[in-house]
Design a protein around this ligand. Structure first.
Ligand SMILES: Cc1ncc(COP(=O)(O)O)c(C=O)c1O
Length: 444
């Protein structure tokens, strides 16, 4: 095997199923119901918009190869969509269709020179790609007092210490794992630093249209058009992660050269993104009332679920919890319990994840290295999408919850496992505080 494959592990959110199965086999607890609370996997729970699925059926017979950059009809629809929703300049030549945001990031990391700056806690996908490609990356820790957002000052301090070297900044907004959204002013300040140090931005905006209040969201591509790659796709806001279709809006500068390089690499590796999926996606990017209604409904359900489950976690003494404004995650800081955790034999954030899973109530989360945290930083990502999205969607349309109490009742009814899961975390925390948690070191 080549060395680079040894530098990466199976991503924790995807391997969690294996870990749970292993845990079940060896769980010795008498009251174990062999179930687990699924806060690890961040997939939209809703069915995709019906028009998208129908268009795919209709396109199934289109079996020919197409342009590596993406079919023109789709690129044109995407550029119109980006202009309507994000105020980006409409130009189909600036759009590249790729194998999901993840695949596009891999292509971009492969062709752009320089080290990768990754604010942390971070999405689990960036650093393994950098490691695989043998590219240098620099985690920059963010802090609760800044709502876990990278500040322009932090970026400037970092870049000024590395003058003359080329970097790119990965900026995920709305953020996975914190659920926070950068304001336009914050983005403008960061853009100012990027201009000064000639730093490109890979703006991972895959959760943009899940922003609960869409007026909170500004695309980095609007603020810093000359230096931003805006990445988005069908996976999150249109619940079609398995279609593997992502889009990239290229920066104004060197757009033609970059497009040609991406095309060359795409053609070398996979030729083109599945033709019927591209044809189907046209309907999801053209002006389309059904899709707009779908965005409006799903973002309200995400808001209700996020607020309710985050409040449940916040009520657990000792935890500091973010209140999400978009996406489907929040971040839980266990650092106030560090002494008690260590007394129970949990010495780092990775072990915290394993202890949550091996606890008799089996709570699956993402922690530690996967979030690019320092080992001594006890942080946990909670994904709040473990419910039947179709039922919750239909119920929301038939009987929209009005007011906060009604919303809480809606979550209790449609996402009971997440409510129970938050209670399981409370049990876990109580057993840590009282020192009654017995940890088998083999489980860690
Ligand atoms: C922040 C972030 N970026 C990218 C992705 C991957 O998106 P795609 O399905 O378009 O590859 C995810 C998926 O979990 C994500 O959370």
């Amino acid at each position: 095997m080549e060395d680079n494959i040894g530098r990466i592990d199976m991503p924790e959110n995807l391997s969690i199923g294996l870990m749970v199965a292993k845990q079940r086999k060896k769980c010795r607890s008498l009251d174990c119901r062999c179930n687990y609370y699924g806060f690890a996997f961040g997939q939209s729970p809703f069915p995709a918009p019906p028009s998208l699925v129908n268009e795919l059926k209709l396109a199934a017979g289109k079996t020919g190869y197409v342009d590596a950059q993406g079919i023109y009809e789709l690129r044109s629809a995407v550029s119109g969509f980006n202009a309507r929703h994000f105020g980006l300049k409409p130009d189909p030549e600036k759009i590249v269709i790729g194998p999901g945001t993840k695949g596009l990031l891999f292509l971009l990391f492969s062709i752009i020179k320089g080290g990768i700056i990754i604010p942390t806690p971070s999405w689990i996908g960036y650093s393994p790609q950098a490691s695989f490609l043998n590219k240098q990356y620099f985690p920059l820790a963010t802090f609760p007092e800044n709502n876990y957002k990278l500040t322009a000052k932090q970026l400037e301090d970092f870049l000024s210490s590395r003058k003359g070297r080329q970097h790119m900044l990965v900026l995920n907004n709305p953020n996975n794992p914190t659920g926070q959204i950068y304001t336009k002013d914050e983005l403008t300040s960061i853009a100012g630093v990027c201009r000064k140090y000639n730093t490109l931005v890979l703006a991972d905006e895959i959760y943009a249209l899940t922003s609960f209040d869409i007026t909170d969201f500004t695309s980095m591509g609007k603020v810093f058009p000359e230096g931003t790659f805006v990445l988005n796709g069908l996976s999150k806001d249109r619940s079609a992660g398995g279609y593997r279709l992502g889009v990239c809006h290229l920066p104004d500068t060197d757009c033609k050269t970059i497009a040609e390089s991406l095309q060359k690499l795409a053609a070398t590796i996979y030729t083109n993104i599945t033709t019927p999926v591209q044809l189907a996606a046209v309907s999801a990017y053209r002006e389309n009332e059904e899709v707009e209604r779908y965005f409006a409904t799903t973002r309200q359900i995400h808001r209700i679920m996020g607020a309710t489950i985050s409040e449940k976690f916040s009520s657990i003494e000792g935890l500091k919890v973010t209140m999400p404004s978009g996406g489907f995650y929040f971040y839980v800081d266990f650092n106030n319990l560090k002494t008690s955790l260590k007394e129970c034999g949990i010495n780092n954030s990775n072990q915290l994840g394993k202890a949550l899973l091996s606890h008799p109530r089996h709570i699956a989360t993402v922690t530690g290295d996967s979030l690019l945290l320092d080992p001594d930083n006890f942080g946990v990502r909670i994904a709040y999408v473990d419910y039947d999205g179709k039922k919750a969607y239909d119920a929301y349309l038939n009987n929209r919850p009005l007011g906060r109490q009604d919303e809480i009742r809606y979550v209790k009814k449609h996402a009971p496992m997440m409510i129970e899961g938050a209670e399981a975390v409370s049990d876990f925390v109580n057993s840590i505080k009282s020192g009654s948690l017995i940890i088998n070191q083999e489980d860690l």
